[in-house]
Write a protein that binds this ligand. Structure first.
Ligand code: SAM
Length: 180
């Protein structure tokens, strides 16, 4: 694979561990802004129906001859293009578009999991991304998921692997029956 394509490197160890802990069976999962699908392929080990979404049409070649459905969708359109869709696992790695963050979280079905890992504020000390629009603030993800989720793991801070960075990570499960 082309090392310059996002999502063609080794999967995140943290995401791997979280997916391992989900157990099964899981029906449908989505990899948001999948790149070449390093995590879509991990998902396909535990999920029967995996959708990978990215706006880059050239990435479709990475999913040819696989069971993963690649959808070329621009997730930053004003009108949320995923309206009405629900998944048992929603995975987001190294991607943030704040105007649709709440819509992204809403993709998680009752009882489903959110696995989110991206860069956090302070990452500019180490390199890119350094644009505040691409960096989560401490506690921001947790605030967005609100009380309809049980937080399984919430981390914000510096990491050394695979390179020095500030990361924000949230692993959470939407409750089956929210209290009205
Ligand atoms: C840093 S890469 C992360 C790829 C993958 N999630 C991973 O962790 O390996 C960001 C990805 O977001 C995609 N992307 C950027 N803007 C997008 C948009 N508006 N709609 C859908 N995908 C987008 C890019 O094409 C790229 O593949």
């Amino acid at each position: 694979m082309n090392a310059k394509v996002h999502g063609s490197s080794e999967p995140s160890e943290w995401i791997k561990k979280k997916l391992d802990s989900v157990g099964g069976p899981v029906g449908h999962a989505v990899d948001i802004a999948s790149g070449a699908g390093r995590h879509s392929f991990l998902l396909s080990n535990i999920v029967s129906d995996v959708t990978a979404i990215d706006r880059n049409p050239e990435l479709s070649k990475y999913f040819r001859d696989t069971h993963i459905h690649f959808r070329c969708i621009d997730l930053e359109q004003d009108a949320w293009p995923m309206e009405g869709h629900r998944y048992d696992i929603v995975l987001v790695s190294n991607y943030l578009y704040r105007p649709h963050l709440i819509n992204t979280i809403d993709l998680v079905s009752p009882g489903g999991f959110l696995v989110y890992e991206t860069f956090g504020e302070g990452n500019e000390r180490f390199g890119k991304p350094s644009n505040p629009n691409f960096l989560l603030k401490p506690g921001e993800l947790r605030k967005f998921v609100g009380d309809e989720f049980v937080i399984i793991e919430d981390f914000f801070g510096e990491v050394e692997e695979p390179q020095y960075a500030v990361k924000s990570r949230l692993f959470a499960r939407r409750v089956e029956h929210p209290i009205e």
